[in-house]
Design a protein around this ligand. Sequence first.
Ligand SMILES: *Cc1c(COP(=O)(O)O)cnc(C)c1O
Length: 373
Amino acid sequence: MGRIYLSPPDMSDVERDLLLGAFDGNWVAPVGPDLDAFEREFASRVGVEHAVGLSSGTAGLHLALLVSDVRAGDVVVVPSFTFAATANAVCYIGAEPWFVDSDPATWNADPDLIAEAIATARGEGRRVGAVVTVDLYGQCADHEPVRAVCDAEGIPLIEDAAEAVGATWGGAAAGSFGDIGVFSFNGNKAMTTGGGGMAVSADPTVIDRMRHLSTQAREPALHYEHIEIGFNYRLSNVLAAIGRGQVRRLPEMLARRSEIRARYEATLGALPGVSFNPLDPRGRPNHWLTVIVLADDARVTPGHMIDALEAVDAEARPAWKPMHRQPVFATARMFGGDVADAAFARGVCLPSGSSMTDDELNRVIDAASAVLS
Ligand SMILES: *Cc1c(COP(=O)(O)O)cnc(C)c1O
């Protein structure tokens, strides 16, 4: 009986064959035919025209902010309820993340609070460099009102779709709502290359510029001419080969995650005091993680649930700790906060990986049911 992880890599012979193909062809390099093919195949799967493979989602966010002309001293509006990488990238630029609370209906950034943060920053004479949205736990944010605010104010919109590969909203794909969309292929995401990321955009000049910056901003000269500071952020061809296999298997992997969510809802959802991360019917999430939410007055706390699952060797974790509660952002500006605080206080991420077997899923459900009843 092996340990059940939250969201482990889901690999098959498809990825193995592609990986060995890259190896045997000696394409063990930061560029190569698999990287080109991965970018093409990923872009076509996501429904965005242009894509650049990068070493991580965080690198993608950093470059996206840079090419959007975010500058040191700018304010960048970011949801508080997210993984630290979203806010860290803002700090790499020397800009200042201003956090906003979530909409209780989706757990994604509240558009009214985004507008309020922008107005407040402007009122204090600050330049607002960008708004970054996050498609949390694999559900696209409702970008229509955010887009309206950004367009009205002339502010770039960057979509952190790190958790949302394959998700859609109103029929349009995660990653397609921002001026730039950023994905992560970290080992715990819905598809993975071990480590890696992808930035997508409808604008080819933006993607070309990110590709240039990701390869040390080398000008096309034999002696390597440099007229600006670059980064070593390109995805390796070997990892891209794995990614090509994952893109092919994405529909089946996401179907399994959706099944897992449905099983949790049908079993644990029937117990009193239990709900889940809220889903809006306009979206089709990728169900990266299913988060169980235990009612305020419930006897069972997230700590009890995590311990009960640990006792059957299953990994569970609290929902993201909001950024405005993180020591490193203790003095950061925050608009609202009750929704993210409540989700953190009552939410537990359940094992949701697409390689989880029915037996493993039953082990989790049995242990969770036992502690809840
Ligand atoms: C995972 C994640 C990232 C970072 O991606 P890496 O590839 O690990 O750098 C950024 N934002 C969010 C919301 C994430 O969940």
